[in-house]
Unconditional design. Sequence first.
Length: 191
Amino acid sequence: MTFATSVELLKFHWVAYSIYALIIISVVAWFAYNLTRPNKAKSIVRIPFYGYIGFLVAGGVGHHIFTYNSIPWVSEDIMRHELKPDRTFDIEIADHKFKLPGQMKVNVGERVYFNAKSHDLVYGFGLFRQDGSMVSQMQVNPGTRNDLMWTFNECGEFDVMSTEYSGPGGNDMKVKKALVVTGCDDQKKGA
C-alpha cells in the first residue's frame, strides 16, 4: 500500500476544505439573503436548505472515509498494540537540550519507535524536513510515557526540534539532520 506524505495530504485537504468552506459560506449568504427579502421565504424553501446541509455532512464525512487509508499515521495509531517497530530510538531531554543516540539512520519503509523522556519541563519532539515542513511531532511531558511510532515513506535528512514552548531557553532546541532516511533508490529498483 502506498501512503501519501503529509505534504501531499496538506495540498489535497487545502483544496477540499477550501471548496467545503465556500459551500458553507454560500449557505450562510443564501440564508441571509432570504432573511432580508421583502417577501419572506415560504416553508417550501426549508427543503433545499436541509438538503444542502445533508449534502455538506455527507461530503465532509465521505471525504474523511475516502482519505482514511491514504493517511500514513492512522493505521499505526489504531493498530499500535499489534505493531512491532523495526528500530527504537531513546531520546532524553533536559535543560533545553536533546540527547540523541547519535545520528539516527533508518531505511525507507521501516517502522520507527521514538521513546522520549523529559527530565524537567514539557517539551516537544518534532521531525522536520529541510524545507521546514513538519513530518510528525509529539508532546513530551516529564514523568509520563511519551512515544511516537512512525513509518518513513520518504527519504531525506530530517531535523529534530522542540514543538512546545518551554521558556526562552527552548528557542534554540534544534538538532540539524538528526535523522537520515535512505533506500528510496533501492525501493524504486524493486518495484
